[in-house]
Design a protein around this ligand. Structure first.
Ligand SMILES: Nc1ncnc2c1ncn2[C@@H]1O[C@H](COP(=O)(O)OP(=O)(O)OP(=O)(O)O)[C@@H](O)[C@H]1O
Ligand SMILES: O=c1[nH]cnc2c1ncn2[C@@H]1O[C@H](CO)[C@@H](O)[C@H]1O
Length: 432
């Protein structure tokens, strides 16, 4: 387990003691610190197109559009003829998140999903495996006869990304491939709302089973909302699911608006906090918000400039650490916001995966807390049942930094972690 950023000496503890067991790539629930992700397994086929191309196929810009097999073939043929396909890359919002988590934490994660049982060179499954960290444990995948999903990722000249998703067999994941013991030992389960748009497919029940196992074993659940029209179309069902199972809800500002009807991100986050413990709301060029709860007696005041928006002085307690609302005797809401790191990259060629990157950083902090608690249960860090290792403000910096890295690496998945000597988490940079 690699820790998120440099820490003051008092927070260090031995992580490098030799372990009496031989390393294995397969997760061992009683020995490893890991997170579990459940996803529609998708390979992203990246192509640069004009806005007119989107109009031609009635594809809604900025969203994830489902297309039938014939339309996918048509789109594919046109992109190939015009030679605008630039890459094949592993995708899936949760696949991206757990891959990034494994890169950041230098530690294991487990993927629940499908995979083609016979993988041909150059097939979607082949590209998926090639671009996934070897620390992502794929031993529990369900073999399928067909292809995994194809997410034709259409990048318009403004850097916005739009998906045309050809599902293949991605929604065939069934409840036989959701091992309870793996969920039970995880630091967190992360999944997305996408399975809700395939109501009749097995993946929805598989997801619900994973959520039930998590609840039964007190494993925090992170859910990411996916795309705006999915939220609009399944709002009531989603809200029920969120209230029942979710600890951390992640979304961008338009998904937040679709869920709450509130266009102001802070107002939306405030509303969503009535249902979940923690909200990660990314807002593109406006940066991101991390909002949650803490115990009144344990709140810590920020030394950063105080910000006001829809709520006055909203970031006042952002140096507090997140807690589940139910674990607080006197819960208070805490809000933190950060502007894009360095104002964002000079040129953004592709925003794909920036939000997934932020969520993977938050999950890293949550699992670091889990690890530390197992290793040092009597540490003062665990005087109360905190959800994460760091403060709201620190997690915001980290998540924001990771999003920036996705944007500069111009790919939806990190190909390397953050630099070892990372200024971003130290005062040096923030004083600039
Ligand atoms: N135009 C931009 N300028 C500066 N930073 C940006 C820009 N777009 C994104 N970012 C950074 O990336 C983070 C996440 O971006 P965004 O809100 O676009 O995620 P998203 O829509 O959830 O993305 P995806 O679904 O593709 O993962 C932002 O909080 C910000 O830090
Ligand atoms: O329907 C879907 N299911 C699962 N993942 C999706 C879907 N549509 C798009 N993405 C994934 O979202 C990532 C960026 O956040 C992309 O990598 C894409 O593969």
């Amino acid at each position: 387990m690699k820790f998120p950023g440099r820490r003051k000496l008092k927070h260090y503890f031995p992580v490098s003691q030799p372990k009496p067991i031989l390393p294995t790539s397969e997760v061992q629930p009683d020995k490893d610190t890991y997170i579990v992700g459940l996803d529609e397994t998708i390979v992203d086929v990246v192509a640069n197109v004009s806005d007119a191309f989107l109009d031609k196929f009635s594809i809604k810009k900025g969203l994830s559009n489902l297309v039938d097999a014939d339309t996918a073939v048509e789109i594919f043929a046109e992109l190939t003829a015009e030679q605008c396909i630039s890459d094949h890359f592993a995708g899936g919002t949760i696949g991206n998140t757990i891959h990034n988590y494994s890169v950041l934490a230098d530690d294991k994660s487990v993927l629940f999903g499908v995979m083609s049982a016979n993988i041909g060179l150059g097939s979607p499954a082949y590209h998926y495996i090639c671009h996934t960290s070897s620390k992502v444990d794929m031993n529990h995948l369900q073999g399928v006869t067909g292809d995994i999903g194809r997410g034709i990722t259409l990048i318009t000249p403004d850097g916005e990304r739009t998906f045309a998703i050809a599902p293949g067999d991605m929604d065939e994941l069934n409840t036989d491939h959701i091992p309870e013991s793996i969920v039970a030992g995880a630091a967190a389960l992360v999944t997305c709302a996408y399975p809700l748009r395939h109501q009749a497919k097995p993946i929805k029940q598989a997801m619900i089973m994973a959520l039930k196992h998590s609840r039964q074993h007190n494993v925090p659940v992170a859910l990411t909302l996916g795309t705006t029209h999915l939220v609009e179309e399944h709002r009531d069902e989603l809200l029920e699911l969120i209230k029942e199972y979710v600890t951390v809800l992640a979304m961008n500002e338009s998904e937040a608006e679709a869920l709450t009807g509130l266009s102001d991100p802070l107002a939306a986050a405030n509303r969503i906090l009535d249902h979940v413990d923690l909200v990660l709301l990314t807002a593109g060029a406006e940066g991101m918000y991390l909002c949650g709860h803490t115990e009144e007696a344990l709140k810590r005041e920020t030394t950063n400039p105080i910000k006001s928006g829809h709520l006055a002085d909203f970031n006042r307690w952002e140096f507090s650490r997140p807690m589940a609302k139910s674990a607080c005797q006197h819960p208070i809401k805490v809000f933190s916001h950060i502007d894009p790191y360095l104002g964002g990259p000079e040129k953004i060629r592709n925003t794909n995966g920036a939000g997934d990157g932020a969520l993977s950083a938050l999950l890293h902090d949550i699992s670091a807390n889990h690890f530390h608690k197992e290793a040092q249960p009597n540490s003062t860090k665990h005087l109360a049942p905190f959800l994460a290792y760091s403060s709201f403000a620190q997690i915001c910096k980290y998540a924001n930094r990771v999003s920036y890295e996705i944007l500069v690496q111009n790919a939806s998945r990190l190909s390397r972690g953050l630099p070892e000597r990372e200024d971003s988490l130290e005062e040096a940079y923030w004083e600039q």
